[in-house]
Design a protein around this ligand. Structure first.
Ligand code: NAD
Length: 257
């Protein structure tokens, strides 16, 4: 990790910050001096994380936001602007997967719903933060894609399609905003045992067999941890990554080699 104060004076929005990768990233930003707006459709989760950050002397604000809804995103950006005076970093992390099943068993409603959150949500976040960042003279956006965008596996094909879209939008957008000193990067995590897995598997807990199966494809021999993703997110958002834009950082223990 870099210096303890990489984000002092910075205002950061993290979507899906009430759990998993978003929670770990928000806590890391706050620990490094950032003021964090925690947006989540699960406002109780976002409030829990905000309280934990404040208890450690950090600055945080929790807000109920459904990232698939434009009005909610507009409100989120306004809330950060009002509370903190700027938006220096946006982490588009909120996302979920439909249940693991073959493409032809997936309903049109399930397909549309996962694209609405994972793709429209990222589009809306970028759309409403970029004009502010242009006015401010710069900023950084980090999108959470997935290793499934690069090396898909069966059972989550539309979900992986959403992450392919996120990765491609990351690259195209990086070109559109580079002259405004805005960097746009993505993180591609391998499987982690977060709330996400409960949605994808429909089970409260990963079975030992499922866990062993997931681990068997990872050369470094374990699943991802939220802290692994938080390290990558804060790195890409920080000045340590000043010359990186349009990248997709594989945080996958070698799974995609
Ligand atoms: N866990 C994995 O194996 C894995 C692997 C690769 C990528 N990802 C991606 O990482 C991101 C974070 O997932 P996680 O693993 O931390 O899971 P998680 O379920 O622990 O966290 C996701 C958070 O997003 C929130 N959310 C869901 N829909 C939302 C909406 N419409 N608006 C606002 N918030 C919403 C949830 O309430 C939750 O707090 C997701 O984009 C996911 O697709 C996860």
């Amino acid at each position: 990790m870099g210096s303890a104060a990489r984000f002092t004076g910075s205002s950061i929005i993290v979507t899906g910050a009430g759990s998993g990768f978003g929670e770990a990233s928000a806590r890391r930003f706050a620990a490094e001096g950032g003021r964090v707006l925690l947006a989540d459709i699960d406002v109780t989760g976002a409030q829990r994380v905000a309280q934990a950050i404040e208890a450690q002397g950090g600055e945080a604000l929790a807000l109920e936001v459904d990232v698939s809804q434009e009005a909610a995103i507009v409100q989120m950006v306004e809330a950060a602007q009002t509370a903190f005076g700027s938006v220096d970093v946006l982490v588009n992390n909120a996302g979920y997967s439909h249940l693991n099943k073959l493409l032809w068993k997936i309903t049109v409603e399930e397909f549309d719903a996962v694209f609405a959150v994972n793709v429209r949500g990222v589009f809306l976040g970028c759309k409403h933060v970029i004009p502010l960042m242009i006015e401010q003279g710069g900023g950084a956006i980090v999108n959470i894609a997935s290793i499934g965008a690069i090396a898909p596996r069966p059972g989550v094909t539309p979900y992986n399609g959403t992450k392919g879209a996120v990765l491609t939008m990351t690259k195209g957008l990086a070109l559109e905003v580079a002259r405004h000193k805005i960097r746009v990067n993505a993180v591609n995590p391998v499987a982690a045992d977060t709330g996400f897995m409960r949605g994808a598997t429909g089970k409260a807990e990963l079975s030992e067999e499922m866990r062993a199966n997931l681990i068997s494809s990872v050369p470094l021999g374990r699943m991802a941890e939220p802290a692994d993703i938080a390290s990558a997110v804060t790195y890409l958002a920080s000045e340590d990554a000043a010359f990186l834009t349009g990248t997709g950082l594989n945080v996958d223990g070698g799974r995609s080699i």
